[in-house]
Design a protein around this ligand. Structure first.
Ligand code: FES
Length: 109
């Protein structure tokens, strides 16, 4: 897993949703109830930008067709049969880092 420092966002306990880059990945970073979550920015349904959505009860709500995905697991709402990829988040020395696993990391895990 490779860790990427997210320079444009400082750790906060305030709620936020922001699209950032971690290497070549577009990541939707969400602050919710004091925790920070990271997931792919593109909605798996039809590619909408999840960072333009809402956060409700621990789920991101897509701005296009209102599909929902759990912040912690990426699991789609009931009946959706899909998920959004989630990424590890680490706070170190007052900076946010997002961990991206390569294909080979996943194969040899
Ligand atoms: S594009 Fe996200 S729910 Fe359709």
């Amino acid at each position: 897993m490779k860790w990427y420092k997210i320079a444009e966002v400082q750790p906060t306990t305030e709620p936020f949703i922001k699209k950032v880059k971690a290497g070549s990945k577009s990541v939707c970073l969400v602050g919710f109830e004091g925790e920070i979550y990271a997931m792919a920015a593109a909605c798996p349904h039809a590619g909408a930008d999840l960072s333009q959505g809402l956060c409700v009860k621990g789920k991101i709500v897509c701005p296009y067709h209102r599909y929902t995905y759990e912040l912690a697991t990426g699991k789609g709402g009931e009946g959706q049969n899909d998920f959004v990829e989630t990424y590890a988040v680490n706070i170190k020395d007052d900076d946010i880092y997002v961990g991206i696993s390569s294909f080979w990391d996943k194969v040899f895990r």
